[in-house]
Design a protein around this ligand. Structure first.
Ligand code: URA
Length: 438
């Protein structure tokens, strides 16, 4: 307990001070019980964003947020339950293809995900593009489904890390996302509450990531691995590049479709590579594969045999969705019309500014600018030219999937300007920048 009032506590962080563990617990308990209001929490989030937190404060914040709800026990040996989480990128639909692949390999994947945040998309919004799919489930149903079919894909419930659920929505619309302590506590609070033994983190680095430099991303990865380890979990952080969007689609139904296409072995190379790198780490943490090559072979088998598609169909059915989308992705929502984005000059694509493309997607209605907004699953952007491609003047670089043509010029111009086109061919850009294991 603390004798200080909430405004006094906010003032400590505003003035650059440090919290005690008890003060952090008091704030999060108060927020969970609605004694600390949304506006007070937003002010606190901004103070943390501006002044940071020590590793000790970050760990205390994470554990307080984890304990704001139930900490699940899944029933089996902890080691077989492994999850993956991304710090957020543009076009990052990996969870939707990775979870069924890994579950089809025998790992149990209890996955609690988030919605779009800032310029990045969220797994929950993408899953809800599947007609009927529900991301809401009781903890009992979550445990039962994870053990029965090997995977459940849900959002934070009122039971699992409710403090993160509310804080995440506030941060999304108040410019307080890109903070290492807040991201660490947000990701790990819900992941530590899931009952997992291992966690693979995809820490995105670059223009379209919350961490734009390798140095910052390493710091975030270090913070996540350190706090995860303190909570006695096996944690691996993979630093992956996020300068250009991942794959070729941005927008909820479009991304879900691309993830399903991966299960038909028809995915862009970068999406498949990131999926396999993260999946191999998950299989190793669960003890299902000893080496990366063994893990890759097992994952490829689930695609070739159709086992991963069957697993996704099982998950979709269990969560009330129309599983026909797995074999017939054309059933996913489509926008009414398309607008081509043309190249204004010839050359090679050196990159596509993922931040700009992500923000354009949000402006088009694929993401939110207010916490209470709905997203339109059908709208988004399809990239026809990507890094390394040669384009001629007037070629279609991308297509906007929109509901009406009116007012789309600004978006088309923004996407066109996001393309860096130069005379010379670009060099190879590594997708994986580092792996931190503990
Ligand atoms: N993902 C989360 O769950 N939380 C964040 O703060 C950022 C990415």
């Amino acid at each position: 307990m603390t004798s200080l009032t909430i405004p006094e506590l906010i003032g400590i962080k505003r003035d650059g001070g440090s919290f005690t563990e008890a003060q952090i617990h008091h704030l999060i308990e108060g927020f969970t019980a609605s004694r600390v209001t949304d506006y007070q929490m937003t002010a606190l989030a901004m103070a943390i964003y501006l002044n940071g937190m020590s590793p000790k404060e970050t760990a205390a914040l994470t554990l307080a947020m984890r304990d704001s709800g139930r900490v699940v026990s899944l029933g089996g040996p902890e080691r077989i339950y492994v999850d993956k989480h991304s710090t957020g990128g543009v076009g990052d639909k990996v969870s939707i293809c990775l979870a069924p692949i890994v579950a089809a390999c025998g790992v149990r994947v209890p996955m609690v995900s988030g919605r779009g945040l800032g310029h990045t998309g969220g797994t929950l919004d993408k899953l809800e593009a599947i007609p009927g799919f529900s991301v809401d489930m009781t903890v009992e149903a979550f445990i039962e489904q994870t053990n029965r079919i090997g995977c459940a894909l849900i959002g934070q419930t009122a039971d699992i890390a409710p403090a993160d659920k509310r804080l995440y929505a506030l941060r999304d619309v108040t410019g307080t996302v890109a903070s290492i302590p807040l991201i660490t506590a947000s990701i790990l609070s819900k992941k530590l509450a899931e009952g997992i033994g291992g966690l693979v983190l995809d820490v995105k680095v670059g223009r379209g990531a919350f961490m734009q430099t390798l140095e910052d991303a390493r710091e975030l990865a270090g913070s996540l691995v350190r706090v995860g380890h303190l909570a006695k979990k096996k944690v691996t952080a993979v630093l992956t590049t996020m300068d250009s969007p991942l794959g070729r689609t941005i927008g909820n139904a479009l991304e879900t479709r691309e993830a399903i296409e991966l299960l038909h072995d028809q995915a862009p190379a970068d999406l498949k590579e990131i999926t396999f790198v993260l999946g191999a780490e998950m299989l190793r943490l669960a003890g299902v594969a000893k080496t990366e090559s063994e893990a890759r072979a097992r994952m490829q088998d689930t695609i070739t045999s159709g086992a991963a598609r069957a697993k996704l169909a099982e998950i979709v059915t269990a969560q009330g969705g129309d599983a026909r989308v797995v074999e017939e992705p054309d059933r996913l929502a489509k926008s009414k019309t398309r607008v081509a984005v043309k190249a204004s000059k010839a050359g090679f694509v050196h990159g596509i500014d993922a931040m700009e493309v992500g923000l354009t997607g949000v402006a088009m209605g694929a993401g939110r600018t207010r916490a209470d907004q709905a997203v339109d699953p059908a709208v988004g952007i399809v990239l026809h030219a990507v890094r390394g491609d040669r384009v001629a003047e007037g070629d279609t670089l991308a297509e906007l999937h929109v509901q009406a043509r009116k007012g789309t010029k600004e978006w088309a111009d923004r996407v066109a300007a996001a393309y860096a086109i130069k005379k010379t061919r670009p060099g190879v850009q590594p997708l994986v920048l580092d792996v931190i294991r503990r």
